[in-house]
Design a protein around this ligand. Sequence first.
Ligand SMILES: [Zn+2]
Length: 139
Amino acid sequence: MPKEMKYGTTRRFSRVVFLSLVTLGIYYILYQFWLFKDLEDHFKLAFTTESRSYPTTNNPTTMLIFLIVFPIYPIYIKYTLLHDHIETSKIKTEDNCALGLEAIFSFTLLCLCTICIFPLVIEYRWQKAFNNHIIAHEQ
Ligand SMILES: [Zn+2]
């Protein structure tokens, strides 16, 4: 279950994968929308405490529309925002997600030669990095 915390929402990726399989992928699109909301919420909740970090601000609705018509753009944005935010934040965690361009690369080329397993791995890492960052905020 998504867990509301003081500086954002953490989610379990294994549950997302399961529900996405059951709903033939529809849940995964919703999940992406929620992630953009999570980034936006984190920007609002943490702006005062980490105003010098790279902002995670975005428009979730615009990102959802792009996800359907031109998915490379929101994938790039999702990875870039979180990666640069964690990189520039004074709150240190061990995990970070892939860079925007690495994500694009794995979603296009590596998806074909690994039957989409590699993109799932970096998606899992994105969620893990986000969760750990949100948890580290409270410490
Ligand atoms: Zn933060």
